[in-house]
Write a protein that binds this ligand. Sequence first.
Ligand code: G6P
Length: 369
Amino acid sequence: LAAEKGGYRHFMLKEIHEQPTALRDTIAGTLTEGEHAVCLDDLRLSDRELASFERIYIIACGTSWHAAMVGKYLIEKHCRIPVEVDIASEFRYRNPVITQETLLIAISQSGETADTLGALREGRARGARGIAICNVVGSSMDREADGIIFTHAGPEIGVASTKAFVTQLAALYLFTIRLSQTLDTIDRGERRTMIADLVRLPSLVEEVLGLGSLIEEIAHDLLKARDVLYLARGINYPIALEGALKLKEISYIHAEGYAAGEMKHGPIALIDEGVPVVMLVTRDHSYEKVLANMEEVIARGGRVIGLCTEGDKEVRSRATATIELPAAGPDLMPILLAVPLQLLAYHVAVLKGTDVDQPRNLAKSVTVE
Ligand code: G6P
């Protein structure tokens, strides 16, 4: 077993460190025309079909559902098609509006999650085209979907998903570019930049992995917390949800992710010295607003752990602790932000002595309803 962990103490830590490779493997073979365009052979949808969709549903459970939420931001921004994201167990029983012009995207690491598979079947039975973003060749979703985008994360053993998640985000980014090529919604120059940003990303993730010991130190700060809040806006908002889920899953500390703009409608009532607040503050169009939210937290005695881009003095001067990340393309920041949040949850769990790879009551793949 020790050998399987490749010298790491846990599978989860090994898998966190495999993320640069997982991303490279997922991107490999998808770029054409001298890395100026994306081709996804296994999608099995013609340009005519791709151009016909009027609505997209992205359906998933757990961590994959957080990837789905990022997908909505990406596709709506770049392809201008309305995207609805739903939890599979809700979608399959709520009589959703589906027409021939509907595309359903199921996201699943295992390709076997009962609710996601059920939602895919339901959607296809009602006339939607249904594709899957999946990590397991030969899985039920691979066999049943009209088309597929494989994430090449390799086997994921840790119950809490890490490398599968970041490759799902990369797959959604690739799909967004592919769809935009058909719809002509991104100009060539921007497309090249987006692709170049993606190619550069794995080495940025490597840089972020170098922050391990800083994050381990910060983890001590969360040990005694009753609750932890994670706040962000825009495309980073789903990463706040994912960061909170990681902490819950493996450290058993109650954590909640929230859209920073919603803080004033509830969670602000929780804030005091006992509730650390993790805030994702990157240099995008909502930067000033998240910074203002940070001031509100601090004014109420909250301790902020700020994740920001390198050299951000605004965040550094306000937060109790900062984790500074290199700047990736704006739509790729979710991937960079996910990594330190995985490490933070990991180190808190190790300090608490929980069973990191096999947290209580959780299963790697939920194949029953
Ligand atoms: C379980 C796992 C999660 C995973 C979810 C969905 O709850 O513990 O890590 O995100 O299932 O799994 P899937 O294989 O469909 O992505």
